[in-house]
Design a protein around this ligand. Structure first.
Ligand SMILES: [Zn+2]
Ligand SMILES: [Zn+2]
Length: 463
């Protein structure tokens, strides 16, 4: 628990304005009380961002008197200034510490880069907004508030004189990247904002409106950090997306994967589960995989991602970090990314990805290594002889055969084939597929209802 750790607040006053008639001196005490109520009692720094030409002097005085710093920005670049100040603060204040963003644009503007930063170095994250989108955010937060609710909660309580020294509140000019003006008096601040010099800087070097994602340059494949070098590695592999190439010997898959791991310095024990419609997979491939200790799991393609993800969650429960997870799939961005990124902000594992084609955009998931499936297997042909030797040695550790529709397992391929052609399995598979179809049907109905609601007349008639 980081109860006494610092708390920094970046507040977009345009998105979350001070309500008409509200005493601006109450802002700090309300925020501090909200934090204290949740057990965070560290020193709170607050910076209020807006085009301060639009803010009344009394409000600025009230804010400043409670130690709230004030920053002047051009409205269009407020987010970008806030983000850059947040980055600077993170670099100066090591975690554990808390940060809070008061803005309506966290999801649209901040979330991608911030979620990546949070996967690397986690701070307690708090949000407040006057409205938010309904979609599940990629950010994992400690608490979120409605701005109005946050201000109303303690309305009737008396405003305490703040513990922060009121004289330390600053006024900053941040509308231009070259206007490095700051002062402690509102008169000087106003004078600056109306000066020729300021107008010129703002016109010549306006602060960029675009947020500059710092995590974009993070490397994709880097050497193993010591804590991961010998830790477990679990691999979940969708064989439909990333197939075993024609003519490729299945016993080479595990050694190829392990060799790539070793190149980066990972030598921990590797478990691999291969998912697919195994009724369509020839015996020699399954035998080859199993003989090298690769588990194979039968699924229907509708539920492959679901089964992979629930297996991953189960594995996380049994294997606390440090450990490495790897997903071999083309659906990571569409299906896994959001939930997994949230998980990674709570409990961080090292993450590898492989896919059959490069994603069109960089993932919100922070990875330690990524491969093209084809290139991961590429130089195996040359090494066939050597590899066969390796896998012969592995003979004794056979992979298991799972049916992820009936949730049963077999140790031998023959038993497994018997299971896959059994009546019980056929019934279960039928149930799973009709369930998926009915969920899909309901979803369709719901969307149709939203798009074409019944007319009033019809609704009346139906009572
Ligand atoms: Zn200026
Ligand atoms: Zn089954």
């Amino acid at each position: 628990m980081s109860a006494r750790a610092k708390i920094a607040v970046w507040w977009d006053m345009k998105d979350c304005p001070i309500p008409q008639g509200y005493d601006a001196r109450g802002i700090r005490s309300n925020i501090e009380r909200a934090f204290k109520k949740r057990g965070y009692s560290g020193p709170v720094s607050i910076t209020a961002y807006a085009d301060q030409n639009q803010t009344a002097d009394d409000l600025l005085r009230e804010l400043s008197s409670t130690g709230v710093d004030v920053a002047h920005t051009i409205s269009e670049s407020t987010c970008s200034v806030m983000f850059s100040d947040m980055l600077e603060w993170r670099s100066k204040n090591p975690s554990p510490a808390s940060m809070m963003l008061i803005s309506n644009q966290v999801e649209d503007v901040f979330s991608w880069d911030l979620a990546r930063l949070q996967q690397e170095t986690k701070y307690n994250l708090f949000l407040a907004y006057s409205f938010s989108s309904e979609v599940l955010s990629v950010l994992s937060t400690s608490k979120e508030w409605r701005w109005k609710k946050l201000l109303d909660d303690y309305k009737d309580e008396e405003i305490e004189s703040s513990s922060s020294s009121s004289s330390s509140a600053m006024f900053y000019c941040k509308s231009s990247s070259s206007c490095k003006f700051d002062c402690q008096s509102i008169e000087k601040f106003r004078k600056h904002l109306s000066s020729k010099q300021h107008a010129l800087e703002e016109a010549v070097n306006p602060w960029s409106e675009e947020l500059d994602p710092v995590t974009k340059t993070w490397a994709r494949n880097y050497a193993a950090k010591p804590e991961y070098a010998t830790a477990k590695i679990a691999v979940w592999w969708d064989m439909k997306d990333c197939r075993i190439p024609e003519g490729f010997d299945a016993i080479q898959v595990r050694p190829s994967i392990e060799r790539e791991f070793k190149k980066l310095g990972y030598s921990g024990p590797v478990s691999i589960t291969a998912y697919g419609d195994l009724t369509q997979t020839p015996d020699h491939l399954l035998r080859g995989l199993s003989s090298t200790g690769v588990d194979v799991a039968h699924t229907s393609s509708h539920v492959t991602c679901k089964r992979m993800f629930s297996d991953l969650l189960e594995w996380q429960d049994l294997n606390p970090p440090p450990a490495t997870m790897m997903l071999i799939s083309d659906m990571v961005e569409e299906v896994f990314a959001k939930s997994l990124a949230r998980l990674q902000q709570l409990k961080k594992y090292n993450l590898f990805l492989a896919y059959s084609f490069r994603p069109y955009k960089m993932s919100v998931l922070v990875t330690a290594a990524e491969w093209l499936w084809e290139s991961l297997l590429a130089d195996s042909e040359k090494r066939r002889h050597l590899l066969q030797k390796c896998s012969e040695r592995r003979g004794e550790s056979m992979g298991m055969f799972y049916c992820k529709l009936c949730f049963c397992d077999c140790k031998s391929l023959d038993h497994f084939r018997n299971h896959l052609s059994s009546k019980e399995h056929a019934l279960e598979e039928g149930d799973v597929i009709s369930l998926i179809e009915s969920v899909e049907y309901e979803r369709r109905q719901r969307i149709e209802m939203e798009m074409f609601p019944k007319s009033k007349r019809l609704r009346k008639a139906s009572g």
